[in-house]
Unconditional design. Structure first.
Length: 285
């Protein structure tokens, strides 16, 4: 699984009027991915000791990836003020803090992408207007702009379900010189990936076998774009791509078949054979 480290980004600020307080929102740490939710911790402060109501107005109707391929509707974005998640509406102000004492220690808040599901890897951004209203005079003390960014790292995992694939050779199989014997139960490989992916099999530790071993896929979930349907010979030092798919892959599966054929049209020798393969999940670009 690949991970990327990113430095903290800055907020773009514009303040009116000139003699008003300046409210600053900045980042605290990297983007966090938690149980299919994405979070970015923020801090808010000002250059005076005023007490303000703070409201945010989204200037965009969706979070969009930098390359424009993914758009997350505004309905999945929330700002948590340490007490509750505040829902946001396009081009409307939502109160985030009431009577917030500014200056000194910065206050915490968290931007969340919630209930959307798996968010594809990438950089996402949305512009906001931040309005601070003086709690005593009810006058707007400052208006600033802030660009919220989520930087979602690539995350991949695979898991195996089912018994270890076992090939049982009976007496009739052993003496049939053109016999192909398949595994008794086909293993299921499950894929979770928030980036485009490919699944390979590595046979470097395969060891000696009773004959020639082949691999193919016999089924896959509907979102698996490509899979290996023709039988391919397993060989040491050779990596075989057995499936490919697009992000997001949420518990997609591939069912794999292994088969054994006698070598050089000879008999299949008796014995116990322990042949190992390794599944490798990679990001593709």
């Amino acid at each position: 699984m690949k991970k990327y480290l990113f430095s903290t980004l800055i907020a773009a600020l514009f303040c009116v009027p000139v003699d008003a307080s300046m409210v600053i929102i900045d980042y605290q740490g990297d983007t966090l991915v938690r149980d299919r939710n994405v979070e970015r911790n923020l801090i808010i402060n000002s250059d005076d000791d005023g007490v303000y109501n703070i409201a945010l107005r989204p200037l965009d109707d969706a979070l969009r990836s930098a390359e424009g391929s993914v758009s997350i509707p505004l309905q999945y974005l929330y700002i948590n003020n340490t007490r509750e998640d505040v829902y946001l509406r396009y081009n409307e102000y939502s109160n985030i803090f009431d009577g917030l004492s500014m200056g000194g220690v910065a206050k915490n808040m968290t931007a969340k992408i919630r209930d959307y599901g798996m968010v594809p890897a990438g950089v996402y951004h949305m512009n906001f207007e931040v309005q601070a209203t003086d709690i005593e005079t009810q006058q707007i003390a400052s208006t600033t702009t802030f660009t919220l960014q989520f930087i979602v790292p690539s995350m991949q995992e695979i898991s195996l379900h089912g018994e270890v694939p076992r090939i049982t050779v009976g007496a009739s199989d052993a003496f049939d010189k053109s016999k192909k014997v398949t595994n008794e139960a086909s293993p299921m490989v499950y894929i979770n990936s928030n980036c485009d992916w490919e699944l390979s099999v590595n046979a470097d530790d395969f060891g000696e076998g009773a004959g020639n071993y082949y691999i193919r896929t016999i089924s896959a979930s509907s979102n698996v774009g490509e899979r290996l349907q023709e039988r391919v010979l397993l060989q040491q030092g050779k990596e075989i791509i057995i499936a490919r798919g697009k992000a997001p892959a949420n518990n997609e599966f591939v069912s794999v078949e292994f088969s054994l054929e006698n070598r050089d049209k000879g008999f299949i020798p008796a014995g116990n054979y322990d042949n190992r393969v390794r599944y490798i999940l990679r990001e593709t670009r």
